[in-house]
Design a protein. Structure first.
Length: 468
């Protein structure tokens, strides 16, 4: 990979992408593994440290420009008012960079699998060949739809678009991937000579190859391996295939770094997820967004983590966690829902059918099962009995409950916020707690039981002796 910085990277993202059949999402904004297609391309381009990064937008420009500003604020969006071809799009971009010299890299916005390493190798080939144009090519078993690379004596003579190719040219399997390195000055000169004399009536960027060749300039090529790295996405079938390939690449990187992925075919990990060595991911798990999992933690099976932090040696089983923090050695699940703001301390437990939202659970405290904890602060070493509900909403506002250290909340307790339970206090099972419980006290909020002798014989005589 070369150390030379390209003078500019131009990303072509102006097309409509009608084959995606989407009424709401522009083609390049469809997502895979935690980023849009455009986000993946821009990220790879940014690794090359270009002096300028320009994205040509057209269809749904407001959405694409807003997304670009979010993923790479330093990139410049340039509008192609009319989609008159790839050559025209590059010319529109370069018009905003007058006097540019050096290497211009042109990338399609719908090639999310392109790694920065391959782009760096292309730049190296371009520099070593002192070329005016260097193509990134690939050998395709089915090259349908791609421009074919025509060679003469081993060197590139032309790129012929599929619609303009004759039968002999269509039999070629080496294709242009719409990725190019150009000498900036030679590119500008050639763009000014492009015509629309072709089946589409557009200015083809591929025609620059022929112009440079006829001018006696060097046209080089770099063969990408594997060819799937150059895959473009034109419909949702191809999007699913690209997502699968990217997933495999991500998981392989983590596995080689010491992560155990029990079943890669049912495991999905976004590109920005951080996994430390000796993490184990069980089948059916999905890790999304900015999720981080520390060493020796276990995730899954059947677990989804969004923007969640899991501490070392913690275990999260059959649970859904969104914007949560799970402390070291904590035990979560099964069937647990940790919502945004849930923070579990060291060696805590959030057991079966527990939901926690905007609450802090202190070290070694437990919410074992069938409970809802919302807008609460729970101290250390406390236990929340089964079927406890933190009643945090009065119909208008949310209120907070505070539970101290070493508290025992009895099963089926309703804690009606705002309320506090002091250190070392207890609540009786089945209580509705509406007033603060002092430290060390027992809070009882229920009526005394009374038994009515003989009631069944008088009121339900037919039920006597029946088996349940």
């Amino acid at each position: 990979m070369t150390d030379a910085r390209p003078a500019a990277v131009v990303v072509l993202a102006a097309g409509e992408g009608t084959r995606m059949r989407s009424a709401t999402t522009p083609k390049v904004l469809h997502e895979l593994c935690g980023r849009s297609m455009l986000g993946h391309v821009v990220s790879a381009a940014r690794e090359l440290q270009p002096e300028h990064l320009v994205v040509v937008v057209g269809h749904a420009r407001e959405q694409v420009t807003a997304h670009l500003a979010a993923v790479d604020p330093d990139a410049r969006a340039v509008v192609q008012e009319q989609q008159l071809g790839t050559g025209h799009a590059v010319r529109v971009a370069l018009d905003t960079l007058p006097g540019l010299s050096g290497t211009v890299l042109v990338l399609p916005g719908d090639a999310p699998l392109l790694p920065a390493s391959t782009l760096g190798d292309l730049l190296t080939t371009h520099a070593l060949a002192s070329a005016a144009t260097t193509l990134l090519t690939a050998e395709m078993s089915d090259p349908t739809g791609y421009g074919r690379v025509v060679r003469t004596g081993g060197s590139v003579a032309a790129v012929v678009e599929h619609k303009d190719a004759d039968d002999a040219t269509l039999s070629l399997r080496e294709v242009a991937t719409s990725v190019y390195a150009f000498d900036a000055e030679q590119l500008v000169a050639a763009l000014g000579r492009l015509t629309t004399d072709n089946a589409q009536g557009e200015e083809y960027l591929t025609d620059v190859v022929g112009l440079h060749r006829r001018a006696g300039l060097t046209v080089a090529a770099h063969l990408a391996e594997p060819a799937t790295d150059t895959m473009g996405v034109n419909d949702r079938v191809q999007l699913a295939r690209a997502r699968e390939l990217l997933r495999d690449r991500i998981l392989e990187r983590h596995q080689r770094a010491g992560v155990t992925v029990v079943d890669p075919h049912t495991t999905w990990v976004d590109v920005d997820v951080v996994l430390e060595p000796d993490v184990t991911i069980h089948p059916g798990s999905q890790l999304h967004g900015s999720t981080r999992v520390a060493a020796a933690a276990v995730v899954g099976p059947d677990t989804t983590l969004h923007d969640t932090e899991v501490g070392t040696q913690a275990r999260v089983v059959r649970s859904h966690c969104l914007g949560a923090v799970v402390g070291a050695g904590a035990d979560v699940g099964p069937y647990t829902y940790l919502r945004p703001g849930a923070r579990l301390g060291v060696q805590t437990k959030a057991g079966a059918f527990v939901e926690i939202k905007a609450s802090s659970i202190g070290d070694r405290s437990k919410v074992p099962h069938l409970s809802y904890v919302g807008d609460a602060v729970i101290g250390e070493r406390s236990n929340i009995g089964a079927a406890t509900v933190f009643v945090n909403y009065d119909g208008v506002d949310k209120h907070e409950t505070t539970v101290g250290d070493d508290v025992r909340v009895g099963s089926d307790t309703m804690l009606v916020a705002p309320v506090s339970v002091g250190d070392g206090a207890y609540t009786a099972a089945g209580s509705v707690i509406t007033e603060d419980v002092p430290p060390g006290a027992l809070g009882v909020g229920r009526s005394r039981q009374r038994n009515i002798e003989g009631w069944v014989a008088r009121k339900r005589p037919a039920d006597q002796g029946k088996q349940p």
